[in-house]
Design a binder for this molecule. Sequence first.
Ligand code: FJE
Ligand code: FE
Length: 306
Amino acid sequence: MSTMEVKQPRQVARRFLARPQHEGAGAVVRRSIGRFELRYFDPFLVLDEFSASAPSGFPDHPHRGFETVTYMLEGAVTHEDFEGHRGTIKAGDVQWMTAGRGIVHSEMPAGPGTSKGLQLWVNLASKNKMVEPGYQEFQSKDIASTTSADGDVTVRVIAGEAMGARSPVRTRTPTMYLDFTVRPHATAPVRQPVPASWNAFVYVLEGEGVFGPTADQPAGAHHLLLLGQGGDGVEVWNRSDKPLRFVLVAGEPIGEPVAQLGPFVMNTEEEIDATVNDFEYFINGFEKAKHWKSQAMIALELEYVG
Ligand code: FJE
Ligand code: FE
């Protein structure tokens, strides 16, 4: 258990149900952050709970100015980028990708069945937007996990630290990302410290939980709960008769202006115009996009031609 105590839990400030929408090529996402009503929750740009099966997915597309964090829940996703980086992440694995000055890649479901997961876009401060792109990839077995002494709570630590377990991920924007599973009828709440100045949210994956100190309505799957300021942590109850699984994510706000055009996120419109130009003319980080196409895209085209 953490030695830090939670004396004043945060309240739930806003609550959203993420409904399915189409994205990419035939894929479905439940977008909670990044939708019209919630453009940005500093430093978080997008939270998608995605679901796709072959041949649908997210074929060749660019990114600049932020990081994508893909956390697999079921099935697998194969990614390929224009530098020749290629790999498959499976249930429980994490890919923390720094797009920085530029990545062009494809992300496609692999194998039979449906692939599901969460993709979070974490903004970068202006000083980090044009860093070299890079990856941190961890298999499920290498992700720190710990269970409370009474067996009620298990946490997998994607980023940051919880219940004495620590993630090896280096986050350029200070971020906490925890995957909690809580037993039915748990006798005590989960109490997790979160730095007071950070923005924090919960996204429910399965079951039902009460998040906050009051007798709130329980929140179920696909709900995003934004936690208010003015507390030193989060308190969660599972009083239901099913397991509760949710992620708790928090980050230090960057506090800079955001100019966004789809997968390009900069600080000003001028920087966005420059980025569109860089991508169109294959310069300033997009050189390798000129002669590159993913294997997934080539296979799709062959299928189309018949
Ligand atoms: C993207 C449309 C997209 N959510 N969740 C436009 F679909 C995407 C995109 C994704 C994505 C990929 C995975 Cl593996 C999971 C996702 C959106 O690739 F980046 C833009 N700009
Ligand atoms: Fe992508």
